[in-house]
Design a binder for this molecule. Structure first.
Ligand SMILES: Nc1ncnc2c1ncn2[C@@H]1O[C@H](COP(=O)(O)OP(=O)(O)OP(=O)(O)O)[C@@H](O)[C@H]1O
Length: 265
């Protein structure tokens, strides 16, 4: 993404000069409520409505701002998948998870034995028992529903997962499970993850890079280790100071000078 500017009337609600997420990498957008994180994330799939969106947004080789509606539908789901805060609310309560999965696959042309295989492979990849495909949404926990949403994305072949506060509705242990699944998929399958979260402790356990937003603008970005260990912006320092356990969560990389400590010229 380059030079993203999202305006509603005269107000710029998100302005991001540069944002890239590579395969096998997790980038976290952090910042307080209303700082423009969700707007930035939704822009990547052309899902910001009622706003003036400018810039260059590429998902693979698709230019999101100039793509046809059909092309956009194709990338949503089959290339990039959105995982939102409350997946249970987004799942049709009258259908078993297996039916939801097979309908989604059918829409992308995958049917029959192929679809069953992909569904089972998807749920196994998020460490769920394929038995869960026989259950209805109300018969699974919030954490299972969230992992199912990720499984659905994987079954559809998503290479990028866009996760908006994927764990904020979950308790701490379940949050850790969801993050562990995302981390594993990033490491083992090269999934690219763009994560929106205001939870810096959680971000420190998964993000490779961090982009800090405030009032619609990027105030700081860099490797997670660098940003957490040596935040350059006062706002980032404030955010980090509010999370006492962070210094232990992310060991600071040594300063280049430290590497040579004690070694005289
Ligand atoms: N469609 C819209 N119409 C009017 N204002 C909007 C619209 N979408 C977002 N905004 C405003 O733009 C600003 C940025 O919103 P955004 O949801 O991107 O922030 P956020 O950092 O994700 O916040 P949160 O953590 O609360 O989700 C907010 O002030 C919000 O009220």
């Amino acid at each position: 993404m380059r030079d993203l500017v999202v305006r509603i009337g005269d107000r710029v609600i998100a302005s991001v000069p540069e944002l890239d997420v590579a395969a096998g990498e997790c980038v976290a957008l952090v910042g307080e409520s209303g700082s423009g994180k969700t707007t930035t994330l939704l822009s990547t799939l052309g899902l910001v409505h009622g706003a003036d969106v400018r810039g260059r947004i590429m998902v693979g080789d698709v230019d999101v701002l100039t793509a046809s509606p059909a092309r956009l539908r194709e990338i949503r789901g089959s290339r990039a998948a959105l995982v939102m805060q409350s997946p249970q609310a987004a799942l049709n309560p009258t259908m078993r998870l297996g039916t939801l999965m097979s309908r989604a696959l059918a829409r992308h042309g995958v049917k029959g034995a192929d679809a069953r295989e992909r569904a089972e492979e998807g749920v196994r990849a998020v460490l769920l028992d394929p038995e869960i495909l026989r259950r209805y949404p109300h018969q699974v926990s919030g954490g299972q529903a969230q992992r199912f949403a990720i499984a659905l994305a994987l079954a559809l072949g998503a290479q990028v997962v866009l996760a908006d506060e994927p764990t904020s509705a979950l308790d701490v242990t379940v949050q850790a499970e969801v993050v562990a699944v995302l981390r594993r998929l990033r490491d083992e399958r090269g999934l690219a993850v763009l994560l929106v979260s205001h939870d810096l402790a959680l971000v420190s356990t998964i993000a490779d890079r961090v982009v800090v937003m405030r009032d619609g603008a990027v105030v700081e970005s860099g490797s997670a280790a660098e940003v957490f260990a040596r935040p350059s912006d006062p706002y980032t320092r404030e955010l980090i100071a509010a999370v006492p356990e962070l210094p232990e969560a992310v060991p600071a990389p040594p300063e280049p000078a430290d590497l040579h400590e004690g070694e005289g010229p």
